[in-house]
Design a binder for this molecule. Structure first.
Ligand code: GAR
Length: 209
């Protein structure tokens, strides 16, 4: 049984997709241990509680400086002891000591086709604003393992979404979520839970049966 902790910041629609997939059996062999939000008002915390899952807020604002938060966040995860940490719209930079403690055991969903429209300053709606500003015709979402870089770890899966003439950042965000994110993230968790993904030479590979 893969034990996971899901980290969130806001609406929690990706968290919802995970919880629904666990309940309907699209994700197998997986237990959600807890949900952590850096924002105590996040709707995601309500979603977790209504599924009977432990939900807690842990914010950099509660600490005198960033390093104190980094340590507290890492210590909390270590205490929960998950097999996998899932960043489902977690808009806080993952501390280096967390990456070290959970090497190869943290995944993230990003709302673009990495390596486009990612890195510092590219998160949430901002990604879709930049996509429309640049005028690209295809965007999408990516699930990847987290390393010490920003959106740089081995890519697990990607899905393309076409831009439409009258898209706004909001309409595009919604379509990327519906068509890509809510599909890719549960799928990646199920693949990891069932041993279908391995990392070879810094890249992921699907295990053959
Ligand atoms: C999602 O679009 C997710 O891909 C993005 O934040 C949104 C959270 O929505 N994550 C990032 O931008 C990470 N760099 P949600 O709270 O409804 O799942």
């Amino acid at each position: 049984m893969l034990k996971i902790v899901v980290c969130v910041s806001g609406g929690g629609t990706n968290l919802q997709a995970i919880l629904d997939a666990v309940e309907t059996g699209k994700i197998t062999n997986t237990q959600v241990l807890a949900v952590i939000s850096n924002n105590k008002g996040a709707k995601a915390l309500e979603r977790a509680k209504s599924h009977g899952i432990e939900a807690e807020a842990l914010s950099p604002r509660q600490y005198p400086h960033r390093e104190a938060f980094n340590q507290a966040f890492t210590d909390r995860l270590k205490a929960l002891s998950p097999d996998l940490v899932v960043l489902a719209g977690f808009l806080v930079r993952i501390p280096p000591q967390t990456v070290e403690a959970f090497d190869g055991r943290i995944i993230n969903i990003h709302p673009s086709l990495i390596p486009s429209f990612c890195g510092v300053g590219y998160y949430g709606l901002k990604v879709h604003e930049k996509v429309l500003e640049r005028g690209v015709k295809v965007t999408g979402a990516t699930v990847h393992f987290v390393n010490e870089g920003m959106d740089e770890g081995p890519i697990i899966s990607q899905k393309a979404v076409y831009i439409e003439e009258d898209d706004t950042p909001e309409s595009l965000q919604q379509r990327v979520m519906e068509q890509a994110e809510w599909v890719l993230l549960p799928q990646a968790i199920d693949d990891i839970a069932n041993g279908r993904i391995q990392i070879v030479n810094g890249k992921t590979r699907r295990k053959t049966e």
